[in-house]
Design a binder for this molecule. Sequence first.
Ligand code: PSV
Ligand code: MN
Ligand code: MN
Length: 388
Amino acid sequence: MPDENAVKAALKDQRIETPSWAYGNSGTRFKVFPQPGVPRSPHEKLEDAAQVHAYTGVAPSVALHIPWDRVDDYAALADYATELGLRVGAINPNVFQDDDYMLGSVCNPDPAVREKAVAQILDCVDIMDRTDSEILSLWFADGTNYPGQDSLTARQERLSEALDTIYRRLGEHQRMLLEYKFFEPAFYATDVPDWGTSFAHCADLGPRAQVLVDTGHHAPGTNIEFIVATLLRRSKLGGFHFNSRFYADDDLMVGAADPFQLFRIMHEIVRAGALEHGAGIAFMLDQCHNIEPKIPAMIRSVLNVQEATAKALLVDDEALTAAQRAGDVLGANEVLMDAYNSDVRPLLREARREMGVEPDPIAAYRASGHQEKLAAERQGGQQAGWGA
Ligand code: PSV
Ligand code: MN
Ligand code: MN
């Protein structure tokens, strides 16, 4: 059986990154519902992220989205993050919201548009330098809507050329993660639709290019843990964008739709020894909170990742391996399900007490009156940019 102290130590050590865009107002193409107390600037988004970290103790970094989080002085923004006990996490270049990008960004048939997109991404690497960010997180909305609209092969060539330019600009301590998504906004062919395409480009580029798995970017029924295991085997898993989906890219709270899937993913991570910091897997959230209050939703999401991780850590690996080797189908499944069905909340409360944070972060945040204070202080919160 796994040692309880070792399990707690691993949980205390895990880090989960929150995204700046989850703190702003968001919605669907039908309506963005503004919420009271929402941040009015990137600085205020950091302040909200600092609350999530204060209540959980495991969320010290914040991903930025450029230009949604545009400021004049990025070094000063990073300093402000430090003041709040945070640091800047992944930088996400936005190359999908300009009119120029109607036919794509780095895969666009027009070389001038491709150049503009690459320049924008290189600017983001400059921002990484100024903020000490180590991850460039790339997601391209590129694709086509109609058969024949553009050459699928030519678009891959353009993508490869752009990625190569960007890769060569990265500093020694920086890496780029290439995210895939099976459809939307392009409906016929997406240029990076799956892990295989992302893997192929990353393999061509080199060790500092890795695949980013966004859990919401798969067709229903996809065995995501298999993808995770395959990428881990080749040291090509860079990290996650956690969220959950019922239908499409729903961006709901991680672990809300399918906590069992999250557990299965974390089981592969734990089994491969990839929870340790040295493995370099970035556990990031990529969510929108359209109808629920954002700070507690982020806290809830962090707790959901921790719960899945705790269950994965509780898997009796020795018993599992023995059952697997013996071909004991039911026995092996039982070992896994035993861990999944355990109530890890008391263990997590204990780990939090030992860390000096609130054992029940949601209840403590609710009781703090912070949300009401924000609602009174902040008027006219910003839109996250997404769902606009
Ligand atoms: C769009 O699908 C998306 O949700 C991707 O997952 C990106 O990571 C995110 O937006 C931010 O650009
Ligand atoms: Mn994502
Ligand atoms: Mn997404």
